[in-house]
Write a protein of this length. Structure first.
Length: 281
């Protein structure tokens, strides 16, 4: 009986020890789960903070975008109004009036301009002198490209540019940019050279008409209302230039309808002036 009790007590002790071990194991597991939960909760809070910050930044960006979009709309409306005002202003001035005003301006500036217009430039060492007066930016870019190509063929070329440093700026051998039309006009008048003038719009005629002897090259490019004008006198000037010009070129096949009077007019790509060089040579 005593032996039975001994085994019973021992079994009970072993069961108690197992229960304690199992309890300890479960407590350890529970502690691990608590730590994992706290870590996950901390990570979740960090994510929430990042999301909140991102939402704030997105809100600021959205508000800036809305303000910028409103500003762009306002600026576009302003530009539209300015274009309309410019269009209305141009419509009120006829070509004849514009021509008279430009001519008087050049003549008055030539009389006012002091100083020498002498340039240390021997034009006689070149095949000829070619000039492109002031015009729209799209026409300036085309003219500058043509002048550069022709200067490489031995011509002395001048192209108008508002970015010119001083009255005249040497870009490369035989190629110059200028922004003072009066300066160049006085220089040409003082020479015995007969320049070729690249005309891109009828408005330029007020400038080159002050050159007594010249060779006219009429190049149709840019907006049609620029080289055609808006009234009857401007269109008459266009056809007059077609008759006067020794060379007539065009930048777009759609312009051919304005060139019936000149069957010898030819298409000219600004990037390919080989045809032009051959004719000028």
């Amino acid at each position: 009986m005593a032996l039975f009790e001994f085994y019973m007590i021992r079994e009970w002790e072993e069961n108690m020890n197992y229960s304690l071990l199992e309890k300890s194991h479960r407590e350890n597991q529970l502690d691990s789960l608590r730590i994992l939960y706290r870590n996950k909760l901390s990570d979740l809070n960090k994510v929430r903070v990042k999301v909140t910050d991102s939402e704030k930044r997105l809100k600021v960006i959205h508000e800036k975008f809305e303000k910028s979009n409103q500003l762009n709309i306002a600026l576009q409306h302003h530009l539209d109004r300015m274009r309309q005002l410019l269009s209305d202003s141009k419509a009120q001035i006829t070509f004849e009036e514009d021509y008279r005003l430009r001519t008087n301006y050049y003549i008055s500036q030539m009389s006012k301009q002091s100083g020498s217009t002498t340039m240390a430039l021997d034009w006689r060492s070149y095949k000829g002198v070619i000039v492109s007066p002031d015009c729209l930016q799209i026409q300036r870019d085309r003219a500058a490209g043509l002048m550069l190509e022709l200067s490489r063929s031995g011509f002395l070329c001048f192209a108008f540019s508002e970015d010119t440093i001083g009255d005249m700026e040497r870009i490369s051998d035989g190629f110059y940019k200028f922004k003072n039309e009066v300066f160049l006009l006085k220089w040409l008048q003082a020479q015995s050279v007969i320049p070729m003038v690249l005309c891109s719009s009828i408005q330029q005629s007020a400038w080159f008409d002050l050159i007594e002897e010249k060779i006219l090259w009429y190049d149709l490019c840019g907006p049609e209302n620029i080289f055609l004008g808006d009234d009857a006198s401007s269109k008459l000037r266009h056809y007059d230039l077609l008759k006067q010009a020794k060379y007539v070129t065009y930048a777009d096949s759609s312009f051919k309808k304005y060139l019936y009077a000149r069957k010898d007019a030819f298409f000219l790509d600004a990037n390919e002036s080989g045809h032009l060089k051959m004719r000028f040579n």
